[in-house]
Design a protein around this ligand. Structure first.
Ligand code: NAG
Ligand code: NAG
Ligand code: NAG
Ligand code: NAG
Ligand code: NAG
Ligand code: NAG
Ligand code: NAG
Ligand code: NAG
Ligand code: NAG
Ligand code: NAG
Ligand code: NAG
Ligand code: NAG
Ligand code: CU
Length: 574
């Protein structure tokens, strides 16, 4: 495709959509209706009402091509406030449709509706959407599949078929009550009862065998697995018995293909994986293979749901023998940090001529953020957390509190008293963040609603520094409105003098969620060219609920193309 042709299209090819948004002529617009409902579902021998979209769990898949626009009308027919987030979509200049409750919008209240405009730009591969209010995303989520633009192809041979793999986490209890109870008592939330693949726990759980997800494959064909980790509180190891996995993309960005026996995926991340159906089908006992997933638990001594979810790959033409169990894959042990680290280190951007990278080589601002699980003092020592205190979590020792009206509205309309702009660019106190034993006095944090303001076009580096306060563990940090290059990761304390020398500026992965290693650090870079209010938070929902969050306000630039779009007329009121 000639450069000249592209620039002509860009010069002359814009059509006006909804009177506001310009869109190139090769792009199309898709429309979806999402009805939020409470729907009875039976899993693990229990029937309960769950929140769904259009009665489905997982919810409907959105399919589009790179650069398209997707319009989703959300109608709330349930008894809950709700919002929807389009996870990993940059939404250029359009934070109005990003979704996080009390950050960019007020919730869609029962009986109300809101129409989201999802502006796709550079994303290509797999993303997902999920509720961004309380823990509603446990059941309100689905895949977003972004095909190459017409006239372009995958940077790998066309797969025969695609298989979505959405990993979820299931409670027999009412999920709203699980988090509400935890926040009331100050203790840790009740752990889940199962993990799910495409909504099903699978054969190894009680009452689950009949519904187990099964993918039929044909010997000799290659399949594209689109894996989404929609689990709430845990990182996951995933593997398929008898097969190796070739990772070709993550977070809607292509990677250099690499072949592995298992993947480690954090909540919020997606992975595109080629599966070659290369096992023989000539005998009757081996035409079915389990795919399986369980937790990678980086923290020592924290209780977690250690069950295993499975689904089945079945070769057609083989003889199915239902009295023989398929083989199980070997998953790394729950505490195998080496395997998790080695896997993650293999993720590299494709960085080809057709998929170049544009890593900021120099930065205007480095922001160092300590990431901690904390306590808040309970005066009567009778809260449910450690030492009779209340569990909390923080970034740079501030535990974020959601305001009563959204930050975007307050910013846009200049309403004072909603948020402060004092989120610090450094941890307020330097200590040996990852030491085995830390003074107890450091474990406390305080609540605040502080954001950080960035000038348009600032080249930013963020170093997330994990700490060993209460429990060192991995934290999947997610930034809205941007994808970022993960230029460095390491264990121990980040060393400003030494560590940047080992950054990868050649082919770092482009992600929207980065796993910050347990008792370690991760460095990301991006250029602040998307004006708006953009949430940043840990994608473990318990940490998110405890305040491991902040937001960036990126100011308007000078040209009209560097400024916020106007708000839609039907923003939900508070
Ligand atoms: C969950 O519990 C809350 C609070 O008790 C209740 O209002 C809600 O209807 C329950 N949700 C479902 C889906 O049953
Ligand atoms: C959506 O809500 C608006 C009020 O904000 C209302 O006028 C409209 O009828 C609603 N549409 C539907 C389909 O419910
Ligand atoms: C994309 O290509 C398909 C088939 O090649 C065609 O049916 C479709 O109309 C094209 N869409 C656009 C927006 O050009
Ligand atoms: C079935 O195929 C597998 C894999 O090739 C082989 O290891 C096994 O021995 C075969 N079993 C029988 C009964 O032929
Ligand atoms: C199915 O497997 C069982 C147990 O391994 C075996 O006894 C039986 O002969 C098999 N049936 C067929 C049709 O292969
Ligand atoms: C990891 O778990 C295994 C048991 O599954 C245990 O033997 C081993 O000591 C653990 N390793 C660490 C570092 O805790
Ligand atoms: C991880 O990678 C290192 C260095 O490549 C290697 O020495 C180690 O054995 C690997 N560990 C695991 C568990 O794969
Ligand atoms: C202890 O204090 C907390 C508030 O800090 C309160 O919620 C709780 O009810 C109190 N418990 C008792 C037993 O007084
Ligand atoms: C920080 O703590 C780690 C782990 O306990 C220890 O190995 C390291 O020596 C400490 N660093 C300093 C500078 O004290
Ligand atoms: C965090 O702030 C609290 C006070 O709000 C203080 O008690 C604590 O020592 C601080 N911890 C760190 C690690 O800075
Ligand atoms: C940013 O630019 C838009 C479009 O020109 C304008 O409406 C808005 O007031 C500007 N400032 C802020 C804070 O959004
Ligand atoms: C629902 O949202 C409205 C508007 O922000 C708020 O006033 C109300 O308290 C919320 N309801 C619940 C149950 O959180
Ligand atoms: Cu976390």
């Amino acid at each position: 495709m000639g450069l000249l042709k592209v620039s002509i299209v860009q010069l002359f090819g814009f059509v006006v959509l909804s009177g506001l948004l310009a869109s190139p002529i090769w792009a199309t617009t898709q429309y979806y209706d999402f009805v939020i409902e409470e729907t009875p579902y039976t899993r693990l021998c229990h029937t309960k009402n769950i929140l769904t979209v259009n009665g489905q769990f997982p919810g409907p898949t959105i399919e589009a091509r790179k650069g398209d626009t997707v319009i989703v009308s959300v109608h709330n027919h349930a008894g809950y406030n709700i919002t929807i987030h389009w996870h990993g979509v940059d939404q250029p200049r359009n934070p109005w449709s990003d979704g996080p409750e009390y950050i960019t919008q007020c919730p869609i209240q029962p009986g109300a509706n809101f129409t989201y405009t999802i502006l796709l730009s550079e994303e290509e591969g797999t993303l997902w959407w999920h509720a961004h209010s309380d823990w509603d995303r446990a059941t309100v989520h689905g895949a977003i599949i972004l095909y190459p633009r017409n006239g372009t192809t995958f940077p790998f041979p066309q797969p025969y078929e695609e298989i979505p793999i959405i990993l979820g986490e299931w409670w027999n209890a009412n999920v709203s009550e699980v988090i509400a109870d935890a926040l009331r008592t100050g203790g840790a939330p009740q752990i889940s009862d199962a993990y799910t693949i495409n909504g099903q726990p699978g054969d190894l759980y009680s009452c689950s065998k009949p519904g187990t997800f099964k993918a039929l494959v044909e010997h000799g064909k290659t399949y594209l697995l689109r894996v989404v980790n929609a689990v709430l509180n845990n990182e996951i190891f995933f593997a398929i018995a008898g097969h190796r996995l070739t990772v070709v993309g993550t977070d809607a960005s292509y990677t250099k293909p690499f072949t592995t026996d298992f993947i480690m995926i954090t909540p919020g991340q997606t992975m595109d994986i080629l599966l070659e159906a290369n096992q023989p089908v000539t005998n009757s006992t081996n035409n079915r293979y389990y795919m399986a997933a369980w937790v990678y638990s980086s923290a020592l001594n924290l209780p977690f749901d250690n069950t295993m979810t499975t689904a089945i790959i079945e070769y057609i033409n083989g003889t199915s023998n239902s009295s023989t169990s398929p083989q199980l894959p070997n998953l790394p042990s729950h505490n195998d940090t080496d395997s998790a680290t080695n896997f993650t280190a293999n993720l590299r951007s494709l960085a080809s001529e057709d998929h170049p990278v544009d890593v900021p080589q120099t930065i205007d601002e480095r922001i160092i953020i300590s990431v901690s699980v904390n306590e808040i003092l309970c005066p009567n020592s009778s809260c449910g957390g450690p030492n009779g205190n209340r569990l909390a979590a923080s970034l740079n020792n501030l535990s974020y509190v959601l305001p009563r009206i959204d930050v975007l509205d307050a910013y846009y309309q200049n309403i004072s008293g909603v948020y402060g702009t004092g989120f610090p660019s450094q941890p307020p106190f330097y200590f040996n963040f990852t030491a085995d034993n830390l003074p107890f006095s450091l474990v406390f944090t305080r609540k605040a609603t502080e954001v950080r303001v960035l000038e348009y076009n600032t080249s930013v580096e963020i170093v997330f520094q994990g700490t060993n306060l209460l429990a060192g563990e991995n934290h999947p940090m997610h930034l809205h409105g941007y994808r970022f290059f993960v230029v460095g990761r390491g264990f121990g304390n980040f060393d400003q003098g030494k560590d940047p020398a080992s950054y990868n500026f050649v082919d770092p992965p482009l992600e929207n969620t980065v796993g910050v290693p347990k008792n370690g650090w991760a460095a990301i870079r991006f250029r602040a060219t998307n004006p708006g209010v953009w949430f940043m938070h840990c994608h473990f929902d318990r940490h998110f609920s405890w305040g491991m969050d902040t937001a960036f306000i990126v100011k308007n630039g000078t040209s009209p193309q560097a400024q916020l779009l106007p708000p839609p007329s039907n923003m939900p009121p508070c």
